[in-house]
Design a binder for this molecule. Structure first.
Ligand SMILES: *[C@@H]1O[C@H](CO)[C@@H](O)[C@H](O)[C@H]1NC(C)=O
Ligand SMILES: *[C@@H]1O[C@H](CO)[C@@H](O)[C@H](O)[C@H]1NC(C)=O
Ligand SMILES: *[C@@H]1O[C@H](CO)[C@@H](O)[C@H](O)[C@H]1NC(C)=O
Ligand SMILES: *[C@@H]1O[C@H](CO)[C@@H](O)[C@H](O)[C@H]1NC(C)=O
Ligand SMILES: *[C@@H]1O[C@H](CO)[C@@H](O)[C@H](O)[C@H]1NC(C)=O
Ligand SMILES: *[C@@H]1O[C@H](CO)[C@@H](O)[C@H](O)[C@H]1NC(C)=O
Ligand SMILES: *[C@@H]1O[C@H](CO)[C@@H](O)[C@H](O)[C@H]1NC(C)=O
Ligand SMILES: *[C@@H]1O[C@H](CO)[C@@H](O)[C@H](O)[C@H]1NC(C)=O
Length: 513
């Protein structure tokens, strides 16, 4: 079983828990639901509103049961995934009957559950609003909406905008906020809003919530802007994310966002293993309640307690005291410490090691996630390596404390990613390769037996870096420490309990996209 998720705090109201220092940290209880969406097999066929509603009610019925289950656990807010109500693969025409009307903000306040007749075509919003009332919690869901526009406007060909929309209802059912997804991912049914939205709202249990959707997580607007300019502390994240290893599995990027910005991150994904979709969680700067499961087709309700103020949680050893040693310790001419160690110890761990099969070249190119990385291998039990891409250099010193017959490599990439989206990356990544041949480095791997203590760093030219640490069996670890020192971003880790799959500093240069 690959199921992993931590115990939850059962509490009816906000739990008050004394931290080790004796300082009182306030928490609220959150739920996210990984939904095995009932998908529309006829998504490109034109249908009518009545049939569309009948279809969507199947998913809404499941939502209602989950709200009830979350209420029993004392949840104060629940998040549902992107596309969870209508599914995906629609065209602009075929999705139309599935869209709810979204009233303009000047017509708020509005309580759809109490005032169902105020606007036409709001059946889904009404149902969600009533669920929030029944569960007595804030509810966040994603649906398709239509907004009338001037038909003569050049961006308004048919009199309406169609948006991929997140909506929020308060625990009394009132409509609190909506957000239109900015960074669409090949969604032909939807329009990109003319201007990015920074949606911020407060709740009685915590303040400064913001929303983003799926692909938005990789871009500045609005994800990073919410945190850096609008001081958001809690990000609500409906997603329909296809996992891509070694660097972009759902739980990996979710965890990394919470770490990078020191915020809480409430992520709900679709569960469809045949589409590679699983991975949801509730993350604070120093804790993860996550779920990843490729073995069953069931949905999963995750409950976690979340600090009201994430900055009160120490983010694991951020900016600890560390030393890099001198630059000339590191070289992409391999130090063959390995052979020396093996000669000296005649250790068991040497027998099956990659070196016995083949000496990989000290620097080689391999494709990882459609990008051309430059790698240097780690064939030794202990060593120090460096690999550069023009003026961007990555360094690693490491000690393998448990050695398996596996090839690891340190990779560097500094360039524009252009497949399935365009975005500029600067990455230092230590990965377990798919096999023992250099060309397998960058392949998708989920299991690993080698335990490595390491220090990884690079001279990035961006401050926007997502620290990632993924271990065997799709489990997450937080690095012992990470942060900045002497203009280098670093990650330091030792004493892990499972094999290393990926350790990466995933940097984004938003202004070079
Ligand atoms: C899809 O369309 C076909 C033919 O129109 C119909 O027989 C089938 O029941 C539809 N399937 C679903 C899931 O609606
Ligand atoms: C939607 O499209 C994806 C990618 O083209 C495909 O793999 C998937 O099977 C489709 N899903 C449905 C429900 O049609
Ligand atoms: C809702 O639609 C009906 C039928 O088209 C129409 O008569 C009514 O005025 C509409 N109500 C609102 C509030 O727009
Ligand atoms: C419902 O909750 C909202 C947001 O907390 C509040 O502004 C509004 O007054 C409440 N409405 C009722 C009828 O209690
Ligand atoms: C990858 O980069 C190397 C070195 O810059 C180059 O020789 C090679 O052609 C590139 N491969 C691809 C697929 O871009
Ligand atoms: C990064 O370090 C390398 C090696 O010391 C150096 O050549 C390069 O100029 C540095 N790059 C930046 C952007 O500082
Ligand atoms: C890496 O090198 C630094 C500086 O010499 C040292 O403090 C650290 O313990 C080393 N880490 C490992 C895992 O070798
Ligand atoms: C390493 O982990 C073990 C068990 O997980 C623990 O007992 C030990 O204190 C840890 N050592 C360090 C230096 O963190």
């Amino acid at each position: 079983m690959l199921q992993k998720y931590s115990a939850f705090c059962i509490c009816i109201l906000c739990c008050l828990v004394a931290s080790l220092s004796g300082h009182i940290v306030a928490y609220y209880t959150a739920a996210v639901y990984e939904h095995h969406a009932i998908l529309n097999q006829n998504s490109t066929t034109l249908t009518d509103r009545k049939a569309a509603l009948e279809f969507m009610l199947q998913n809404l019925d499941i939502y209602e049961m989950q709200v009830a289950a979350a209420a029993e656990k004392g949840a104060q807010i629940i998040v549902f995934p992107e596309d969870g109500i209508h599914g995906f693969n629609y065209t602009r025409q075929s999705i139309y009957p599935y869209l709810d009307f979204l009233p303009p903000t000047h017509l708020l306040p509005w309580n759809p559950c109490l005032e169902p007749d105020r606007f036409n075509d709001t059946e889904v919003l009404q149902r969600l609003s009533c669920m929030a009332v029944k569960g007595g919690m804030y509810l966040v869901a994603n649906l398709g909406t239509k907004v009338p526009c001037e038909p003569h406007h050049f961006q308004c060909p048919d009199g309406r905008y169609q948006f991929n929309t997140n909506v929020v209802f308060s625990s009394n059912g009132s409509f609190v906020a909506s957000y239109f997804k900015q960074n669409l991912y090949f969604e032909y049914g939807f329009d990109t809003p003319n201007k990015e939205q920074y949606v911020v709202f407060d709740t009685p249990f915590a303040s400064k919530f913001g929303m983003i959707t799926c692909f938005d997580i990789l871009f500045y607007k609005p994800a990073v802007g919410l945190v850096e300019k609008h001081m958001v502390k809690h990000i609500l994240y409906p997603t329909a994310w296809m996992n891509q290893l070694p660097l972009l599995s759902a739980i990996q990027i979710q965890r990394a966002f919470a770490s990078a910005f020191g915020v809480n991150f409430l992520a709900a994904n679709i569960h469809h293993t045949e589409l590679g979709m699983t991975g949801s969680g509730i993350y604070s700067p120093s804790k993860s309640f996550f779920y990843y499961d490729m073995t069953s087709e069931n949905g999963k309700l995750i409950i976690g307690k979340v600090p009201v103020d994430p900055s009160e949680e120490l983010s694991a050893g951020h900016n600890a005291q560390i030393s890099f040693g001198t630059d000339n310790m590191y070289s992409n001419q391999l130090h063959w410490i390995h052979s020396e160690v093996c000669e000296a110890e005649r250790g068991e761990h040497c027998r099956g090691s990659p070196l016995r099969h083949q000496m990989p070249p000290s620097v080689f190119q391999a494709e990882m996630m459609y990008d051309n990385f430059t790698f240097t291998p780690l064939p030794a039990v202990q060593g120090a390596v460096k690999v550069c891409s023009s003026s961007f250099c990555c360094y690693l010193n490491y000690t393998k404390t448990m050695v398996s017959n596996e090839l690891y490599a340190l990779g560097v990439f500094d360039g524009l990613h252009t497949v399935h989206g365009t975005y500029y990356l600067q990455i230092c990544a230590l990965v377990k390769c798919g096999g023992l041949e250099p060309e397998t480095c960058g392949q998708e791997v989920t299991e690993a037996g080698t335990i490595i203590n390491f220090q990884l760093w690079g001279n990035f030219t961006t401050k926007h870096i997502f620290p990632m640490l993924l271990t065997s069996g799709m489990t997450l670890h937080l690095p012992n420490s990470w942060g900045w020192k002497d203009a280098h971003c670093y990650m330091n880790n030792k004493n892990m309990s499972s094999g290393l799959v990926t350790a990466a500093l995933y940097g984004r240069l938003y202004n070079q996209d």
